[in-house]
Design a protein. Structure first.
Lengths: 259, 368
């Protein structure tokens, strides 16, 4: 399903976004390079999908304005409000999940359901600093062969995003966000790759413990970039959750073999 | 070094079974079955009394030779009779089972035994692939994923969903929690490199079964290297060897028993129709199976299986020396033995357990 590029202006940023599909709105905050995936196509089959480019990532200019991930969350909430007047399902991945968390905290009235894919805000784990874009790309995957199926960032984009990440303290435990997890009252799914070395093994349970309506999904044999390692599993979990929220735990697959 | 008795709980008339697997249930007389399990539990009690460290139970199906299709049920009953000895489930056949159910059984057994559980994970012999109609080609993948899921289910204090390749569970929240925190000893029974490496990387024990000492050493050597690469050194209990045994008062008596067994020409171990055996092997290895080629080329007959060998045979001193080879050469710290051999009745099994306890355990416990 084709996605069409659009642009809007918020807080002085020119924000690009891509739109496809019909139905209830889904807003996606994706890391650079993970925007045209089977997940986007699958969601656009059932929903009206808006995939936003976070200011300072991808081809956008360097973001020297946002002073915190919370600031960025507020900016993105304004952007989302300008492209849809309805409540939406918010899907954030990696850095996008950190922003989505704050977007939900700052603008809870907008978010119908929250899906955090590989979130790093809570109990991140120290990962050796990659010296270049290629090395940084490799550590995202559980299997090297999966890293070759996805292109790394250009060195210039990597440098730009690294500067933003360091300034916004991405990858550092967000004490304030953790303290406010109890304020998130929409249905929430946090998805982690079992081989994700960017967070500690204890990280998933914090979301479950502190967000009142939160499910945790662990994707077997996947690293930080779940869409690269186990795309079918990620799509399956997110499509089910977007449709059924916390009732996605109910088995709906037919078991009858020979009627 | 520690001694473990593999509690096969065999049907007492197992020597009369036809040479085929599965063994038809028609051969199981309920009264004899009940008596056989009682005798098996008596053997367990005696093993505990004689100083064995572990009793082990293993999942095997459709045969009275090792009559524990649901080993945790058997282990639970024995755990009530034997109050101090370790209860080792060596183990569940993971490709056949719901891993969450396995985790629940392990957690319950650790509670019922008050922290005496040792857990083991196995793929199973090829015949077992037929039991619940699991595709043999998926066995390795199911084993690896199943182990990950069970370990997570046993250690994760919050409910979670599992999005696997072979398993999808949207709510996993195993009760009760283990008595032994964070985990009881876990042994991975395998000969395959990928699973040996898994055990090493996850700091789990290794179990090897029925191979000669040099072949066992090739596996344990790799395991120890991979453990070192993973940053740890396995302890004495981490390498378990399961080997068949017949111990008698003297070497001469033991050899006479074995010669008698050989003369009686027992059928092969786990005998299956050649077509079925080769079809499973082909599926496991990803090879093409030619049904008509197998039928046309079966000069040995329709039924095939492994020969019945004995790993440890002799008087107490000889058996102790044979076990020492595994200790010295392979680093084995726990020796797990089924005393219920073919054509060894309950009375003789009890005599062997007593003899082993009095004459062999004092020797092998000195192996450090």
């Amino acid at each position: 399903m084709p996605f069409h590029e659009n642009q809007l202006e918020v807080d002085g940023f020119e924000i690009r976004y891509w739109k496809s599909g019909q139905g209830r709105p889904v807003v996606m905050l994706d890391p650079t390079g993970w925007r045209e995936t089977v997940l986007h196509d699958a969601l656009a089959e059932q929903y009206q999908v808006f995939s936003l480019e976070l200011p300072g990532t991808g081809d956008s200019p360097a973001n020297t304005v946002s002073e915190s991930i919370g600031d960025l969350g507020s900016t993105v909430a304004k952007a989302a409000a300008s492209i849809t007047s309805e409540k939406y399902t918010l899907v954030g991945t990696s850095f996008g999940a950190s922003v989505a968390l704050w977007q939900t905290l700052r603008s809870p009235e907008q978010v119908e359901a929250l899906i955090l894919v590989s979130p790093m805000s809570i109990k991140p784990q120290h990962v050796p600093v990659a010296t270049n874009a290629v090395a940084a790309h490799r550590v995202l995957f559980a299997h090297e062969e999966n890293s070759t199926n996805n292109s790394p960032l250009s060195q210039a984009t990597y440098d730009k995003e690294s500067e933003l990440s360091q300034r916004l303290r991405v990858g550092v435990h967000d004490v304030e966000a953790e303290g406010r997890l109890g304020d998130i009252h929409c249905p929430t799914l946090a998805i982690f790759g079992q081989e994700d070395h960017f967070v500690t093994p204890e990280a998933p349970r914090v979301y479950r413990e502190k967000i009142p309506n939160c499910n945790i999904a662990l994707v077997y044999d996947a690293g930080h970039c779940i869409i690269g390692d186990r795309p079918e599993a990620l799509v399956n979990a997110i499509i089910d959750y977007a449709e059924h929220w916390e009732t996605f735990i109910i088995g709906r697959q037919a078991g009858l073999i020979n009627p | 070094m520690k001694a473990s008795m593999f509690a096969g709980m065999g049907y007492s008339q197992r020597a009369t079974f036809p040479s085929i697997w599965p063994v038809s249930p028609v051969h199981a007389d309920p009264e004899t079955s009940v008596q056989s399990y009682r005798e098996g539990m008596d053997e367990c009690e005696l093993a505990e009394e004689m100083g064995f460290d572990w009793l082990s139970f293993s999942e095997h199906h459709y045969s009275g030779r090792i009559a524990t299709g649901t080993p945790s049920v058997m282990a639970s009953a024995v755990a009530e009779r034997c109050k101090k000895i370790k209860i080792a489930l060596l183990g569940h056949l993971l490709p056949l089972n719901n891993p969450v159910r396995v985790a629940e059984e392990l957690a319950l057994l650790d509670n019922l035994s008050n922290g005496r559980l040792v857990a083991g994970f196995l793929r199973g012999t090829p015949n077992e692939d037929q039991v619940y109609t699991v595709n043999p080609a998926e066995g390795r993948g199911r084993l690896l994923e199943g182990m990950d899921l069970i370990l997570k289910a046993l250690t994760e204090p919050e409910p979670f969903s599992w999005e696997g390749r072979y398993y999808q569970f949207r709510t996993v929240a195993v009760w009760p929690r283990l008595v032994q925190q964070p985990l009881p000893q876990v042994v991975v029974g395998t000969r395959s490199d990928d699973t040996v490496r898994y055990a090493a990387e996850h700091r789990l024990g290794l179990g090897v079964s029925f191979l000669p000492v040099e072949e066992t050493a090739k596996i344990t050597d790799k395991y120890r290297v991979w453990c070192e690469e993973a940053g740890w050194i396995p302890g004495p209990d981490d390498i378990v060897y399961r080997g068949s045994i017949y111990v008698a008062e003297t070497d001469k008596l033991a050899n006479e028993w074995f010669e008698g067994l050989t003369r009686s020409r027992p059928g092969p171990n786990i005998p299956m129709r050649r077509t079925v055996a080769e079809a499973i092997e082909a599926a496991r290895t990803g090879n093409v199976f030619d049904l008509r080629g197998v039928v046309a080329g079966s000069p040995e007959g329709d039924v095939v299986g492994n020969s019945l060998g004995i790993n440890f045979l002799g008087g107490p001193d000889t058996v102790a020396k044979q076990i020492k080879e595994f200790h010295d050469r392979c680093g084995v710290g726990v020796i797990d033995m089924p005393f219920q051999q073919n054509k060894v009745d309950h009375k003789a099994v009890l005599e062997e357990i007593e003899l082993f306890g009095k004459e062999v355990i004092p020797q092998i416990s000195e192996f450090k």
